[in-house]
Design a binder for this molecule. Structure first.
Ligand code: SF4
Ligand code: SF4
Length: 85
């Protein structure tokens, strides 16, 4: 059966498309001044930040390195660093 016009991916299929290779910078969670506000979790457009008790991480298979988490962290506890491959 042909795909409907405009459809580029089937719903629910994004998990298999790993986008981490798109990054030029990566977020480093410093685990220093974190206040557990969870703003980074809420603002990540890819929904790839997880953690609790002031220990947050990003799933690097999917993080695209946009830097929004670092920009929005109110205590600057996330730093964007150059991705080295
Ligand atoms: S936004 Fe910053 S302070 Fe808030 S949970 Fe994330 S790392 Fe911690
Ligand atoms: S850099 Fe962007 S995609 Fe990666 S964890 Fe932060 S907000 Fe999410």
């Amino acid at each position: 059966m042909a795909k409907p016009e405009g459809v580029v991916a089937k719903p629910g299929s994004s998990k298999k498309y790993k986008t981490g290779s798109w990054r030029t910078k990566k977020p480093v969670f410093k685990h220093d001044k974190c206040t557990d506000c969870r703003i980074c979790v809420m603002v990540c457009p890819d929904g790839v930040i997880f953690g609790a008790d002031k220990e947050y991480h990003a799933d690097m298979d999917f993080c695209k390195g946009c830097g929004i988490c670092a920009e929005e962290c109110p205590v600057n506890d996330i730093e964007m660093v150059l991705e080295v491959r």
